[in-house]
Design a protein around this ligand. Structure first.
Ligand code: COA
Length: 330
């Protein structure tokens, strides 16, 4: 057997402040019934203005490091998947590294929309398999409230803030760990979900601020159509890639963007609800935070066992989509 990356630690964090649907009714022209029936979301956690993406990442990472029984200095590399870095540079990974480690280790940010954590897991896994790195901290952290327009009812109701972290470590001759991944990106659909200003294409100006172009813009219907195809495709492709079928999958942890998108995948695969993790009602879409939050919650509910085959699947801005297969344990 070859060397594999196994999950040695998992930690998550969501800010304590809760914004429920009734709070949103006071901000935009919406109502609890519409939000629940169209999205499945009842409440989301929102960071305080001064709480940054790296603050949330640090909280999740410390839990993951503790569970792995290691210190920050035992890491070789830090990857932070985020769409809302503290600053465009320095990277959030470098900021996080400075807080977790006494001595410098390598670190980089990765931006792949809500699929970022799936990408980061595969990249860390390949780096570990290469033999060049032994322990990598993979973090998904987003403060979407910082780019959400609370005057736009079509997006304001969807998003929340959270972070999740995994410690991946190389192990020889193991049946556990990251078995394989499927990753895709197609920029032809990029304008469906975008943050128009603040980059080199449209640098910040008085006009971009006035036109509210520093908030995310989304074509909800088209994104929905893309998602209901992309998630099942990624699940099927990744299982085929590792020589498995849906029957081998013990648990599906899908990106939590809209309950109807998850339900469509569940119906398509005719899955027993016990095999799918859903917690969107309490967190909304926390971007790269959804999958670790859902996985961690399932674990605490006793739904994750050593040896289980778990599929993580996501889609997001880019457009991007992808999935990982993990045999849980180490
Ligand atoms: N409250 C009340 N009414 C709302 C509303 C809100 N928050 N948002 C939109 N509406 C209205 C619309 O204006 C429209 O009214 P109209 O019929 O008078 O024009 C009506 O509700 C239906 O809007 P529509 O956009 O067709 O609703 P929908 O059922 O497609 O749901 C989304 C909208 C955004 C929830 C859904 O398209 C979606 O989840 N898309 C995918 C988003 C996603 O996954 N993003 C993250 C990618 S990582």
């Amino acid at each position: 057997m070859t060397k594999r990356a196994v999950v040695k630690g998992l930690g998550t964090y969501a800010p304590p402040r809760v914004l429920n649907n009734h709070d949103l009714e006071r901000l935009v022209d919406t109502n609890d019934e519409w939000i629940v029936t169209r999205t499945g979301i009842k409440e989301r956690h929102i960071a305080d203005p001064e709480e940054t993406t790296s603050d949330m990442a640090e909280k999740a990472s410390r839990i993951a490091l503790q569970e792995a029984g290691i210190e920050g200095d035992d890491l070789d590399f830090v990857i932070v998947a985020t769409n809302t870095p503290d600053t465009l540079f320095p990277s959030t990974a470098a900021r996080l590294e400075a807080r977790l480690c006494d001595h410098p280790v390598a670190g980089v940010d990765l931006q792949a929309g809500c699929t970022g954590l799936i990408y980061a897991i595969e990249m860390a896994s390949a780096m570990i398999q290469s033999g060049n790195f032994h322990r990598i901290l993979v973090v998904g952290a987003d403060k979407l409230s910082s780019i959400t327009d609370y005057q736009d009812r079509t997006t304001a109701v969807l998003f929340g803030d959270a972070a999740g972290a995994l410690v991946l470590e190389g192990q020889e001759s193991t049946e556990f760990g990251i078995l394989g991944s499927y990753l895709r990106a197609d920029g032809r659909g990029g304008d469906l979900l975008a943050l128009p200003a603040g980059g080199s294409r449209l640098p910040a100006s008085a006009a971009t601020v006035q036109e509210r172009l520093h908030f995310l813009k989304m074509n909800g219907n088209e994104t929905f159509r893309f998602a209901v195809k992309a998630m099942p495709e990624a699940v099927e492709k990744v299982l085929t890639k590792v020589g498995m079928t849906l029957d081998d999958m013990d648990l599906l942890v899908p990106h939590q963007a809209n309950l109807r998108i998850i339900d469509a995948a569940v119906r398509r695969f005719n899955l027993d609800p016990d095999r799918v993790v859903i917690n969107i009602e309490r967190y909304g879409n926390t971007s790269v935070g959804t999958i670790p939050l859902a996985l961690d919650e399932a674990r605490h509910q006793g739904r994750v066992h050593r040896g289980d085959v778990i599929v993580l699947v996501a889609f997001g801005a880019g457009l991007t989509w992808g999935a990982n297969v993990i045999r849980w344990g180490h």
